[in-house]
Design a protein around this ligand. Structure first.
Ligand code: SAH
Ligand code: SF4
Ligand code: F3S
Length: 462
């Protein structure tokens, strides 16, 4: 068999696309290798969300040139969002590239590789297939899937929101939802192969069901359907947009036991003028009222978000509004970014009056605030018992296992390695907060609906 080396940058959607390419290429005679030097085909699945992501890829490209010189038969390809964004231009920047394939063409990877061989020259494929429905047929019964305890399932691709700073609508195209039956089938398969937690995935999951389907299924209905599949112990989803977060979604949190008490809801800014400039289509007040309603329906719900600081023309007091919103909502964690101008986005043409040094300072203050809030919120779990889905063992000193509680806190804990295994749900007594993680000691394990008390478990402190 020939060998393919795959490298992934960017978000979980790219990880899923890489897995899909691995599977498709396997069927056309390629086996995955972890060694670039052994590869007949190298594919770099790229991201272009911020300038840094793009730079990483160009610096990696530089290091690939000697491999190509040493082995002229090597096929070198760039797939994913930067490939889509740059198309032909990528060949000007990296002349030794053989293949440029956008995210919408991932399913054709094997044919495109064959075309490169036949043509003996570069192939560029970046057009969107507007007619085709979103389906991943190769994830049916026959696949060699080996999921971990927590598994991602794609439900929607693309984005129709067109926030002014964001490349995703251009790189991933229009929203298209996958048929609910196909999603259910994949979930059943994953559960039968050991998955315990299902994370529904898309750039904007709660726009699910609106486009690209013959029969409309609203997002909240999909939640009920997936949650009801036997063996789904925990259900999560990411990412949602506040505009599409409906009252029915709040009710779903209340009604569905295995829908965990955590919501990642990106807000980006705490100022109405900036939100409008960003074209986020909601106000700060609307966001807060959504969160308040959710908190009153599900009191122990944990919230996380994405924040951009230093958007063009953001004043000091507008930035302070973002800090105030973070305090008001009490996010348990945030992904925080300094605004980065992206090619082809409307914001790129705006006059950016915020110097880089100011952006960096604002980012630093946001991170400090989040660190303090995480520490304080984490303290509430100390001396409490939390349910942890065990994701794996740990080789770090004083820790035997790692996993997550329903509120998506990482939990590192000690416990008997003979009695606990990945996929178990374990009761852990939290002893301390360490950075953004909780630390504790296992006291019992839940297996097949039965609670087993654990024997003397070694503790972190001895
Ligand atoms: N679909 C999701 C997230 C998409 S990208 C949503 O709507 O929220 C993930 C995050 O990257 C965004 O939430 C945003 O915070 C950040 N991001 C996107 N474009 C950016 C840019 N040009 N500069 C800085 N951060 C950006
Ligand atoms: Fe980008 Fe906005 Fe779409 Fe999220 S909702 S992917 S930030 S355009
Ligand atoms: Fe990056 Fe594309 Fe994901 S730009 S974050 S890989 S959708």
């Amino acid at each position: 068999m020939k060998q393919v080396y795959l490298d992934t940058f960017g978000c979980q959607m790219n990880v899923a696309d890489t897995d899909r390419m691995e599977l498709l290429l396997f069927h056309s005679g390629y086996i995955r290798t972890g060694e670039m030097r052994d590869a007949d085909l190298i594919l770099i699945n790229t991201c272009s969300i911020r300038e840094k992501a793009e730079q990483k890829i160009y610096s990696l490209a530089g290091s690939l040139k000697p491999l190509k010189v040493a082995n002229p038969g090597l096929i070198l390809g760039f797939t994913g969002c930067l490939a889509q964004q740059e198309g032909e231009r990528l060949l000007e920047k990296i002349p030794f590239v053989d293949l440029v394939l956008g995210p919408d063409g991932i399913e054709h990877i094997a044919q495109v590789v064959d075309e490169v061989k036949e043509k003996n020259g570069p192939v560029i494929r970046t057009q969107f297939d507007k007619e085709k429905n979103y389906s991943i047929p190769e994830l049916s019964g026959e696949t060699p899937l080996h999921p971990g305890p927590s598994a991602f399932v794609n439900i929607i691709k693309g984005c129709d929101k067109f926030c002014t700073f964001c490349v995703v609508p251009a790189t991933r195209g229009r929203e298209k939802s996958r048929k609910a039956e196909e999603i259910e089938q994949e979930v059943r398969l994953l559960v039968s192969r050991g998955a315990r937690e299902i994370i529904l995935l898309g750039q904007n999951v709660n726009a699910y069901g609106k486009r690209g389907m013959r029969q409309v299924v609203p997002f909240h209905e999909l939640l009920y359907r997936v949650a009801a599949i036997p063996g789904v112990e925990r259900l999560r989803f990411t990412t949602s947009h506040p505009k599409d977060f409906t009252r029915e979604c709040i009710a779903a949190y209340k009604n569905i036991d295995n829908l965990v008490n955590h919501l990642h809801l990106p807000v980006q800014s705490g100022n109405n003028r900036i939100l409008e400039e960003m074209r986020r289509t909601h106000t700060v007040e609307e966001y807060i009222s959504l969160i308040d309603e959710l908190k009153s329906a599900v009191p122990d719900v944990a919230l996380s978000t994405d924040i951009i600081v230093g958007y063009p023309s953001e004043s000091h007091s507008e930035f302070e509004d973002t800090l105030a919103l973070m305090e008001r909502v009490q996010f348990s964690s945030s992904y925080m970014f300094s605004y980065s101008p992206r090619p082809g986005t409307p914001a790129q043409d705006f006059l950016d009056s915020v110097p880089q040094s100011v952006k960096s300072k604002r980012l630093q203050r946001t991170i400090e605030l989040q660190n303090r809030m995480s520490r304080e919120l984490g303290q509430k779990f100390v001396r409490q018992e939390v349910d942890v889905l065990v994701e794996g063992g740990s080789s770090r000193p004083g820790i035997d296992f790692r996993g997550r509680n329903p509120q998506y806190w990482s939990v590192n804990f000690t416990g008997d390695r003979k009695q606990i295994c990945p996929g178990d749900t374990v009761k852990v007594v939290v002893e301390e907060v360490s950075g953004h993680a909780l630390r504790g000691r296992a006291i019992s394990v839940n297996r097949n609906g039965k609670r087993l008390t654990l024997g003397e478990a070694p503790t972190a402190t001895g």
